[in-house]
Design a binder for this molecule. Structure first.
Ligand SMILES: [Zn+2]
Length: 405
C-alpha cells in the first residue's frame, strides 16, 4: 500500500515536471516580447532555440532514466539490499546509515554522470560556453566529494544521534542543527567553501573601482568584501551575486561580467546586488527557509516513528536511513509546492533589487547590462509562465526590462 503510494508519487512528480518542461519547449519559437524583440539577430535566435532544445532533450532523458531506476529500486527491494550490504561492515546504526547514504549518493552520482558530462563537454562546448577542462572537472568532483564527506557526514551523524537520543524533541534539535549550520554557511560560505573551488581577488584599482566606491559611498554601504571571481574557469557566462548577513556581507563579480559589461553597467549590477542587502533579502530567505525546515523536521520526527517507512522498502526492521528515503519521497509533492513559493519569493526579490538599483543609480545601464548577459548566454526569451513558476529564481528578461522602464 505505502509502496504503491511511493511509486505513484515518484511517477506523478516526474509527469508533472516533464509536462511543464514540454510546455516550455513548445513555446520556444513563439514571437518575442516587444522589450526583447531586437535582442537577437536571426542566427542568434536560431542558436538560442537549438540550445534550449538540446538542453530540454538531455534533461528529459536524464530525469526519465533516474525515475525509472528509482521505481525499480523501490519495487525490486534494491534499497533494502544496499541496507543489508552496509550491515555486513558494522552493527553500529549510525555507521550503517552513513554507509548507506554514501552508497546511495555514489550510485545517484553515477546515474547522473553521463548526462552531466554530455551537458558540459558536448552541449555547452558546442555553443562556446564551456571552459571546464578534464582537470577542472576531476578536481571539482574530488573537492565536492570531500566537502560532502567532511561536512555532510558529521552533520548527518549528529542528526541521527539526536533522533536516537531524543526522539520526542527530534524536530526541535534537528532543526537547530540545520539552522546553525545554514547560519554558518550564510556567514562564512564565501570565506571557506567558495575559495576551495574558485579564486577570489579584490578588484584592482582603476576607473571601475573608483566608480564602485563612489556609488557605495553615496549609499552608505561599506564595501569591505568585494571580490572578482574566476568564473571564466568554468563558463563564459557572466554573473554576479550577493551573499552573507550583517558584517559578513559579500559581493562577488565574475571576471566574465567585468570583461563583457562597461563600467556603468557593472556599477548598476553591483547596485542591484547591494539592493539585496539593503532590502534585507538574504535575511528574509534565511527566515523563510528556517520555517520550512521546522515544518519538514516536525513531519520527519512524527513519521519516523512508523516502522512501515522502512519495511515498505523490503527491510526487516526499522532504520533511520530507509525511513528517510521513504519520507523524502512522500515529501516530494510538498517540495514541489515549497519550490514554487521559494522561486516566487526570489523573483520578487529580484524585481525589488532592480528597483533599488533604478532609484539609487540608473535603470538604463542595468537594463543594458541584463540584455548583454542574456544575449550572451543565449537565454530563452519566451519561457512558459508555468516553467518560470517551477524553475526561475530570476524573472524572465522581458519582465525585468518592463519593470525597469
Ligand atoms: Zn539579484
Amino acid at each position: 500500500m505505502l509502496l504503491t503510494a511511493l511509486v505513484l508519487i515518484v511517477l506523478a512528480v516526474f509527469i508533472l515536471e516533464s509536462f511543464v518542461d514540454y510546455l516550455n519547449q513548445s513555446r520556444a519559437t513563439e514571437a518575442l516580447p516587444a522589450e526583447v524583440a531586437d535582442l537577437y539577430d536571426i542566427t542568434d535566435r536560431e542558436r538560442s532555440i537549438a540550445y534550449g532544445a538540446e538542453r530540454y532533450r538531455v534533461g528529459l532523458y536524464s530525469s526519465a532514466i533516474s525515475t525509472a531506476i528509482l521505481i525499480l529500486a523501490l519495487t525490486q527491494g534494491w534499497l533494502a539490499k544496499i541496507d543489508n550490504w552496509a550491515r555486513t561492515f558494522t552493527s553500529t546504526p549510525i555507521l550503517i546509515s552513513l554507509l548507506f547514504i554514501a552508497a546511495l549518493s555514489l550510485i545517484s552520482w553515477l546515474i547522473d554522470l553521463p548526462f552531466g558530462l554530455y551537458s558540459i563537454f558536448s552541449i555547452e562546448a558546442r555553443y562556446g560556453f564551456n571552459k571546464v577542462t578534464a582537470k577542472t572537472f576531476i578536481a571539482d568532483t574530488v573537492k565536492g566529494a570531500m566537502v560532502s564527506v567532511l561536512i555532510g557526514g558529521p552533520i548527518v551523524a549528529l542528526v541521527i544521534w539526536l533522533y536516537q537520543s531524543f526522539e520526542d524533541r527530534f524536530w526541535l534539535y534537528g532543526w537547530l542543527v540545520v539552522a546553525i549550520f545554514s547560519l554558518i554557511m550564510f556567514m562564512f560560505g564565501t570565506r571557506v567553501i567558495l575559495p576551495l573551488f574558485n579564486k577570489l581577488e579584490p578588484l584592482r584599482d582603476g576607473e571601475l573601482k573608483a566608480a564602485i566606491n563612489s556609488y557605495c559611498h553615496s549609499q552608505g554601504y561599506s564595501l569591505t568584501r568585494l571580490f572578482v571571481m574566476d568564473g571564466s574557469k568554468r563558463s563564459t557566462k557572466a554573473n554576479a551575486f550577493f551573499s552573507g548577513l550583517g558584517r559578513s556581507k559579500t559581493i562577488v563579480l565574475f571576471d566574465t561580467l567585468i570583461e563583457k559589461l562597461n563600467t556603468e553597467e557593472i556599477v548598476a549590477v553591483l547596485a542591484h546586488e547591494i539592493g539585496h542587502y539593503k532590502r534585507k533579502h538574504t535575511l528574509a530567505i534565511f527566515v523563510v527557509s528556517n520555517i520550512q525546515t521546522i515544518v519538514i523536521f516536525s513531519l520527519f520526527g512524527w513519521l519516523l516513528g512508523y516502522s512501515e517507512l522502512s519495511t515498505a522498502l523490503g527491510a526487516q526492521e526499522r532504520s533511520f536511513h530507509l525511513s528517510a528515503v521513504t519520507f523524502f519521497i512522500l515529501l516530494g509533492p510538498l517540495q514541489v509546492f515549497l519550490g514554487l513559493i521559494n522561486n516566487s519569493l526570489s523573483r520578487r526579490n529580484e524585481f525589488d533589487a532592480d528597483s533599488f538599483a533604478k532609484s539609487t543609480y540608473r535603470a538604463k545601464p542595468l537594463a543594458e547590462g541584463l540584455r548583454k548577459i542574456s544575449k550572451d548566454a543565449l537565454s530563452n526569451l519566451t519561457p512558459h509562465p508555468l516553467y518560470v513558476a517551477f524553475h526561475y529564481t530570476h524573472p524572465p528578461l522581458a519582465q525585468r526590462l518592463r519593470a525597469l522602464k
